[in-house]
Write a protein that binds this ligand. Structure first.
Ligand SMILES: NC(=O)c1ccc[n+]([C@@H]2O[C@H](COP(=O)([O-])OP(=O)(O)OC[C@H]3O[C@@H](n4cnc5c(N)ncnc54)[C@H](O)[C@@H]3O)[C@@H](O)[C@H]2O)c1
Length: 362
């Protein structure tokens, strides 16, 4: 039988319980063998559901001789200190998104993993395995939209008060999501980090200037519940962004992917619109599967987020076995984080923040 990468889980709350545990059961080349959470009842219920030993003691994971790698699913400000401890214990590290809440922390984790000779990966990059995302990247590489001119992301959700103290399922009663220090940010950091990574990945362009305005309108929390952004990409392309977690009438879990969201990529020769599990593509060019001068709808099988997570864990295990970098090393997580933190800085100072050189010829 081929080898499986053996994961230890650190943090057994909502994502570990509702997603990771089930995904790893389906993953051919990986498995979880032990878990820990400081809350005894959470550790006990995880052990009962998934049949692995779970305790409240971090050493039970980090000193476990059979653990190859850890998955850290905790409040955001703990990703880095726990990741550094895991790296120093010789374990490869996967951190849930965002990989850190500050760039200093991100750098410290990357350095610790390098020093220990272990791999480090940030999980928001799993969106690249969603079929529509992968296809959009392929179409852009085939020249379907020409040169990137602009991107638009717009989405609204309406998170109920219970979300802020218990997530979507209420598995753990906690206040970290409300705290700027512990979460690093609101709807942008928590939810739209995926879209930032997705756009960077699909377009191959870095965001080099950002101007943001944000506020907290309907939620008793320290973080933003509404944010708007204007962006510049390195090639001079533009971007707009509007995201909310407090929009009356929107769905609870987020309108990304529902009718209330409208995400588009505009190029000099075409346009791509994300429409649930479909892409609507317009092109002026000759591209296989598309008709020049017309809109084409490309549909994909309904895939849950867990599908992309499974591919993500598989590729991470393959990378460990092959002794190569994972598809999404933590350096990628850092680049995405840098843009998010620049947005918050801009919103606080009411000034644009520049991260790199812009082709301003346009
Ligand atoms: N819930 C989701 O749908 C979802 C989806 C994608 C990603 N994520 C990410 O997963 C991570 C965890 O989110 P969640 O929703 O599961 O939160 P959660 O609050 O439900 O669970 C976090 C768990 O971490 C534990 N914890 C706290 N301090 C710890 C420590 N020092 N060591 C080990 N464990 C500790 C808590 O006791 C809790 O059980 C976050 O990065 C979040 O952004 C969550």
């Amino acid at each position: 039988m081929s080898r499986k990468l053996r994961f230890g889980l650190i943090g057994l709350g909502e994502i570990a319980y509702s997603s990771t545990g089930h995904v790893l059961r389906q993953t051919a080349n990986a498995e979880m063998i032990v878990g820990m959470d400081p809350l005894a009842d959470i550790a006990a219920s995880y052990a009962a559901t998934f049949g692995i030993p779970c305790s409240t003691n971090l050493d039970d994971v980090l000193n476990h001789p059979d653990v190859d790698a850890v998955i850290i699913s905790t409040p955001h400000n703990l990703h880095v200190p726990l990741g550094i401890q895991a790296a120093r214990a010789g374990k490869h590290v996967i951190v849930e998104k965002p990989m850190a809440t500050t760039l200093e922390d991100a750098d410290a984790l990357i350095a610790a993993c390098k020093e220990a000779g272990v791999l480090c990966s940030s999980k928001e990059g799993s969106v690249r395995y969603q079929p529509a995302t992968a296809k959009a990247k392929e179409l852009i590489e085939q020249g379907a939209i020409g040169e990137l001119m602009a991107t638009q992301v717009s989405g609204a959700s309406n998170k109920p008060p219970s979300y802020w103290t218990g997530g979507y399922t209420g598995r753990v009663q906690t206040t970290w999501r409300k705290s700027k220090l512990e979460s690093g940010g609101g709807v942008l950091m928590m939810n739209y980090i995926y879209d930032f990574y997705r756009l960077r990945y699909i377009t191959g362009q870095e965001i080099v200037r950002v101007f943001a305005e944000f506020g907290t309108y309907r939620t008793p929390v320290e973080v933003e519940d509404f944010i708007t952004l204007t962006l510049r990409y390195a090639n001079g392309a533009l971007g707009t962004w509007m995201a909310s977690s407090c929009a009356p009438g929107a769905s609870k879990a987020g309108a990304r992917g529902t009718k209330a969201s409208d995400n588009r990529i505009f190029g000099t020769a075409g346009q791509i619109v994300f429409d649930n599990n479909a892409l609507l593509v317009y092109t002026d060019n000759d591209v296989e599967g598309l008709t020049p001068g017309e809109w084409t709808q490309l549909s994909f099988p309904q895939q849950s987020d867990n599908y992309a997570y499974q591919v993500y864990f598989e590729q991470f295990a393959e990378a460990v076995f092959a002794g190569r970098e994972p598809d999404i090393p933590c350096e990628e997580g850092r680049k995405t984080l840098e843009v998010l933190l620049a947005a918050y800085r801009s919103g606080e100072t009411h000034e644009p923040v520049t991260l790199g050189a812009v082709d301003d010829k346009r």
